[in-house]
Design a binder for this molecule. Structure first.
Ligand code: ATP
Ligand code: MG
Length: 593
C-alpha cells in the first residue's frame, strides 16, 4: 500500500506540551555543561547514578510515589516507592560494604526481572561497585566468559539459576569471591559457598549515603548483543546519567505523572539505561513485566496499567503485527501518549501499524551499547518520516563519513557533506554516556575513533533535512553486480507484502554478481509457504526494488534466528546458508536455556 512519506507532528496526540518543541533552537543553544545542572550532584563535584535516580527523590516530594511496579502472571503486583527503593538499595550497598566489596569492584547479576535485580543494580551503583546484569537465559559458558572477562568479584543470582548454571562452573570463575542468592522458596538458601541475600539485607542498615563517585568512575559494564560477532564489553561511567536524563526528556518525552513501560530486559543496555535509570531520574513510575512476550498480555497491560509512554523494539512490534489486529479489538489505550522503538531498523510498515492499531505512530530511535544512550531519534518536535531513525538529539553531532587510506593503525575519515550519500555513521566524541573502552581490548577501542569522530560501524545516509536513514551494518552490506545494497531496504519492501511477518536478507557469494541477494522470510499465521506465494513475494519485490536489488532467492523459515535483545542474526543466516561455522552463538535466542 502506498502511504504518505511523512506523518506530520500535528498528528501526534499532544495532550501535554512536549519537552522538545523547537528542535533547531534547542540544538543550537544546547550544552552538556548546562544539562549537567539538572543533576543534584554530590559534594566535591561527585556524581552518582543511584543518588540521582533514587535518593534525591526519596527525600523529596516524590518519596511516596511508586518508582517500580512489578507484575507477573501468578502473583499480585508489587509496588516499590522511591522511599522504599532508597532503603532497599541502601541495605544492599551496606551488605556489600560489610563483605568488603566496594568502589571499583565488579558485580554480576543473573536473574529474571525480579525486584532484587533492580535493587542490586542501583545498590551497587550507590556504593560505587561496577555492575553488569546478564540475561537469565544465558547458558553456563557465556556466563563464565563474561564474569571472567569482567573479573567479577560478586555474583547475585537465584537458587535455581545457581544450581542450573553456575554451581558446576564455579571453579572456572576464580575471581568470584561471593555468590549472593535470592531464595526461590522463601526460606534461606543452604547451598554451600553461597550467602543468602535476604538475610544479609535484613542485617544491613537502610541508611547508606551514596559513595561520591567521580563522573569518570566506572558504573556499568555492558556486553553488546553479539549480532555481528563475539560480544564486546563496553565500559560506562557515572557521568552517563546526564545523557540518560536528557534523552528521557527529549527522545522519550517523559513527563511528571507518566506511567512508563520499557519492554527491554536489563540484560541488554536498553533495559538498564531506559528500563531502570532514565525513568527513575524523571521520577516517573515504571512497569516491569516479569513474563515473556505475549501479544494478548501486552495489550492488556498497556490498557490496564494505563501506560502513557511505551519504549519497545521492532521485533516485539513485528510479533504483535504477526499476531493480528483482531487481538486488539476490545482494547483501548486512552492513556497512551508516546511510543518509541530501538534496536533494529523499524520498517515503515511498523511505524504505520502503530498509527493504525494503537492510534499513535512509533518513534524510531537509534543508539548502541557503546553510545550508552539514545543519539538519533524521532521526537515530538518534528514530523516523522517512516523508515528514518530521526535526527541527532540536542548535544549530539552526527555525520556520514567515508574512510580514507590510513597511514598507521588509526582510521582516517572524511565527512561527506552532500546529502543522500551512503557512508559510515559517525558521532563527534564527547557526549557524557560515551563508552570509555572495551574491556581488555584497547586496540579495538582505538579503531573506533578517527580523530574526534566515533565510528559506529553502521552505514546510513542523511537526507537534505537532516534525517538519518539506516542502510545496514557495515558487515551486512551486500555488493551485487556493482551495486551496494543495504539489507534493510530489501527487508522493508518484503515486509510490505501482506503475507510476510519478518524478513532477513543476506549476500550469498555468486560467481557472476559477486554477491546475490537472498531473503529469508517468515509468514503471518494465515499464510502457508508454497511456490505460488514465493513467486508472488518475488514479483512484489521486483516491482518495488527493480531486478538488480530484489532478492533472487527467497526461502521460508518458521522464525528467523535472533539475539536475545531481538535482532535478526544475519551472520547466522549466512553461515547456515554457506555451511560455515556459526561462530559465537552465546546470545542467540533459545540457546543455553
Ligand atoms: P555487536 O556489536 O556485538 O554485533 P549489536 O551491535 O547488535 O551487537 P547493540 O549495541 O545491542 O549490539 O546494538 C546496536 C546496533 O543495533 C546498532 O549499531 C545498529 O546496528 C542496531 N540498531 C539499533 N537501533 C537501530 C535503529 N533504530 N535502526 C537501525 N539499527 C539500529
Ligand atoms: Mg555493535
Amino acid at each position: 500500500m502506498d502511504r504518505p512519506a511523512v506523518i506530520p507532528k500535528t498528528a501526534h496526540d499532544l495532550r501535554l506540551a512536549p519537552n522538545l518543541v523547537n528542535y533547531d533552537a534547542t540544538c543550537r543553544d544546547y550544552s552538556w555543561a548546562e544539562a549537567r545542572q539538572a543533576m543534584d550532584g554530590l559534594p566535591g563535584g561527585a556524581l552518582n547514578i543511584a543518588h540521582e535516580a533514587v535518593d534525591r527523590h526519596a527525600s523529596g516530594p516524590l518519596r511516596d510515589r511508586t518508582a517500580l511496579r512489578f507484575v507477573a502472571r501468578d502473583a499480585a503486583a508489587l509496588d516499590i516507592s522511591f522511599a522504599e527503593l532508597a532503603r532497599l538499595t541502601s541495605r544492599f550497598a551496606d551488605a556489600l560494604s560489610r563483605l568488603g566489596v566496594g568502589k571499583g569492584d565488579r558485580l554480576f547479576i543473573l536473574a529474571g526481572r525480579i525486584p532484587e535485580l533492580y535493587v542490586a543494580v542501583l545498590g551497587s551503583l550507590k556504593c560505587g561497585v561496577v555492575v553488569t546484569p546478564l540475561f537469565s537465559a544465558f547458558g553456563p559458558e557465556p556466563i563464565a566468559t563474561r564474569v571472567n572477562l569482567g573479573e567479577g568479584k560478586v555474583l547475585v543470582t537465584t537458587d535455581t539459576l545457581y544450581r542450573r548454571k553456575v554451581k558446576a562452573w564455579r571453579e572456572r570463575m576464580p575471581s568470584l569471591r561471593h555468590v549472593l542468592l535470592v531464595s526461590d522458596e522463601g526460606s534461606p538458601t543452604s547451598e554451600p559457598g553461597t550467602l543468602d541475600l535476604a538475610s544479609l539485607m535484613a542485617e544491613a542498615s537502610d541508611q547508606f549515603a551514596a559513595v561520591p563517585t567521580a563522573p569518570d568512575d566506572m558504573s556499568l559494564l555492558h556486553f553488546t548483543s553479539g549480532t555481528t560477532g563475539t560480544p564486546k564489553g563496553a565500559i560506562h561511567v557515572h557521568e552517563a546519567v546526564v545523557t540518560h536524563h536528557a534523552t528521557g526528556r527529549f527522545a522519550l518525552d517523559l513527563h511528571d505523572g507518566d506511567r512508563y513501560w520499557c519492554t527491554a530486559d536489563p540484560g541488554w543496555v536498553t533495559g538498564t539505561s531506559y528500563g531502570i535509570i532514565a525513568p527513575l531520574l524523571h521520577g516517573v513510575t515504571s512497569l516491569v513485566d516479569r513474563e515473556e512476550f505475549d501479544a494478548q498480555r501486552w495489550y492488556t497491560l498497556l490498557e490496564q496499567e494505563r501506560i502513557s509512554v511505551w519504549y519497545t523494539a521492532p521485533t516485539a512490534i513485528r510479533m504483535l503485527m504477526k499476531a493480528g489486529a483482531e487481538l486488539v479489538r476490545g482494547h483501548s489505550f486512552p492513556a497512551l501518549r508516546f511510543i518509541a522503538s530501538v534496536g533494529e531498523p523499524l520498517n515503515p510498515e511498523a511505524v504505520w501499524w502503530g498509527k493504525d492499531v494503537l492510534g499513535l505512530p512509533i518513534h524510531d530511535n537509534w543508539w548502541q551499547t557503546e553510545t550508552g544512550g539514545i543519539m538519533i531519534a524521532n521526537t515530538p518536535a518534528f514530523d516523522i518520516r517512516p523508515g528514518s531513525m530521526g535526527r541527532p538529539l540536542p548535544g549530539i553531532e552526527a555525520a556520514i563519513v567515508e574512510h580514507l587510506e590510513a597511514e598507521g593503525e588509526a582510521p582516517r575519515v572524511r565527512v561527506i557533506e552532500t546529502a543522500g550519500v551512503d557512508g559510515e555513521l559517525a558521532l563527534r566524541a564527547g557526549w557524557p554516556s560515551m563508552f570509555r573502552g572495551y574491556l581488555n581490548n584497547e586496540a579495538r577501542y582505538r579503531k573506533c575513533f578517527a580523530g574526534q569522530w566515533y565510528l559506529t560501524g553502521d552505514l546510513a545516509r542523511r537526507d537534505e533535512d537532516g534525517y538519518y536513514w539506516f542502510v545496514g551494518r557495515a558487515d551486512d552490506v551486500i555488493k551485487s553486480a556493482g551495486h551496494l545494497i543495504g539489507p534493510f531496504e530489501v527487508e522493508s519492501v518484503l515486509m510490505e507484502h501482506p503475507a510476510v511477518a519478518e524478513a532477513g536478507v543476506i549476500g550469498k557469494p555468486d560467481p557472476i554478481m559477486g554477491e546475490m541477494v537472498k531473503a529469508f522470510v517468515s509468514l503471518k499465521g494465515a499464510y502457508s509457504a508454497d511456490e505460488t506465494l514465493r513467486l508472488d513475494i518475488m514479483a512484489h519485490a521486483r516491482k518495488r526494488l527493480g531486478a538488480a536489488v530484489a532478492p533472487k532467492e527467497i526461502a521460508f523459515l518458521a522464525t528467523l534466528p535472533r539475539t536475545r535483545s531481538g535482532k535478526i542474526m544475519r551472520r547466522l543466516l549466512k553461515a547456515r546458508e554457506l555451511g560455515l561455522p556459526e561462530g559465537d552463538t552465546s546470545t542467540l535466542e533459545g540457546s543455553g536455556q
